[in-house]
Design a protein around this ligand. Structure first.
Ligand SMILES: C[S@@+](CC[C@H](N)C(=O)[O-])C[C@H]1O[C@@H](n2cnc3c(N)ncnc32)[C@H](O)[C@@H]1O
Length: 371
């Protein structure tokens, strides 16, 4: 059986869509699922820092309409895919058409990194799909294909033919110089991997069974700015703001960001990410988001936040978070605060990556909007 949180258990196939592609500090899906049955049974669910869209996927499993916002294009592309209703064969058909259409000659990045990372034939196919998707309107098929491509773009060589790249973690993209050193030292050449075959395998796996479609939307942008332009009302907000000290959401995903139209080198700017310069800057920016969410919620709405800091920043995460809520002064009243220790080790957000959770402080807070 799959996840058995709450009163319902899901077949494992239904949960596969959520695992299309990993993302830094992603929730385990059980976290938003555990919140949703206790929250109102109807009404829209919002995640203003939605990352790969785990909250949206949980809302979909519970039949709730939902919305997500994230400033990182990789996150937004993955989150959008959590809402699609599409048959695997349609996505495979789109991939085949794009590979075989008379596309203009694609430009292929020339730096040595690219020759080490991908077999030349694989790289041309990736570039053809990339260019076509950059020019394609958002449809269920293009959204699903884009997210599938992000998921298979890089990863380990074993088991074979799962990923398009030379040896690389699937969780983050190694920076070019370090990657080349590694490949040279281990004499690893990129295998020739067919994009269509890999998309076919992954689409049939990940899209085998989807939860029932729910109304929903995802916007790439700054949470406060997007909320200012939006007229949706929300009953439940479940989110996890950027961890204080975590500035690498984009540079660590630079290869996936390139696939979405970014430059062929890592970008280190943290443009539009919540400012991390000082604790007070961070608190102010977070407070603005809590204020904007309150403006889009009715009295009695629930806000559930998983919050953490990186071990390298030995600060009081709970204190920082409490300050952000009190600075917002928007009516969010804390009803519970507990360490995010409930999932077994290995299931916490930071455990998904290389961060030592022994030193990482993560906790869950529930607040209710007063009248
Ligand atoms: C802890 S992660 C969320 C992970 C998510 N819970 C998941 O399951 O994937 C925090 C997210 O906040 C996003 N973020 C940072 N600053 C933002 C802003 N100003 N507006 C919207 N999203 C922002 C980051 O890009 C990152 O994806």
């Amino acid at each position: 059986m799959g996840s058995a949180v709450g009163e319902r258990a899901w077949q494992p196939e239904v949960l596969r869509l959520n695992a299309l592609c990993p993302y830094y500090t992603m929730f385990p899906v059980d976290f938003p699922l555990s919140v949703l049955p206790a929250a109102r049974s109807d009404g829209w669910v919002l995640d203003p820092f939605c990352g790969r869209g785990t909250t949206l996927f949980a809302a979909r499993l519970r039949g709730r309409p939902c919305a997500g916002i994230d400033v990182n294009p990789v996150a937004a592309a993955l989150a959008k895919a959590k809402l699609v209703d599409i048959h695997a064969e349609t996505v495979i058909g789109l991939c085949r058409r794009l590979l075989h259409c008379d596309a203009p000659r694609v430009e292929v990045p020339r730096d040595p990194f690219w020759g080490w990372c991908f077999h030349p034939d694989t790289l041309v196919e990736i570039c053809v799909i990339r260019l076509a998707l950059l020019n394609a309107p958002d449809t269920a098929a293009s959204i699903a294909l884009r997210a599938l491509m992000l998921g298979i773009l890089h990863g380990p060589l074993r088991p074979s033919r799962m990923y398009l790249s030379n040896q690389m973690p699937r969780t983050y993209a190694t920076k070019p110089a370090a990657a080349i050193r590694y490949w040279e030292r281990h004499e690893l050449r990129p295998p020739r991997i067919g994009v269509l075959e890999t998309v076919r395998r992954r689409a049939r796996y990940s899209l085998a069974q989807l939860p029932r479609k729910v109304p929903g939307w995802v916007v790439q942008g700054d949470a406060t700015e997007v909320l200012e332009r939006c007229d949706q009302k929300f009953a439940t907000v479940i989110t996890s703001p950027p961890y204080f000290g975590m500035q690498t959401y984009l540079p660590d995903q630079w290869l996936r960001a390139w696939f979405l139209g970014g430059p062929p080198t890592p970008v280190y700017s943290a443009a539009d990410q919540l400012p991390q310069g000082s604790q007070s800057q961070f608190v102010e920016a977070l407070a603005r988001v809590w204020r904007s969410t309150a403006a889009h919620c009715s009295p009695g709405a629930t806000l559930v936040v998983r919050f953490g800091t990186l071990p390298s920043r030995s600060i009081d995460a709970e204190g920082l978070f409490r300050r952000s809520l009190s600075t917002a002064d928007a009516g969010w009243q804390i009803t519970s605060m507990r360490p995010a220790g409930s999932p077994p080790k290995g299931r916490r957000q930071a455990d998904q990556f290389t961060v030592s959770t022994a030193l990482t402080s993560e906790f869950d807070c529930t607040a209710v909007l007063s009248s």
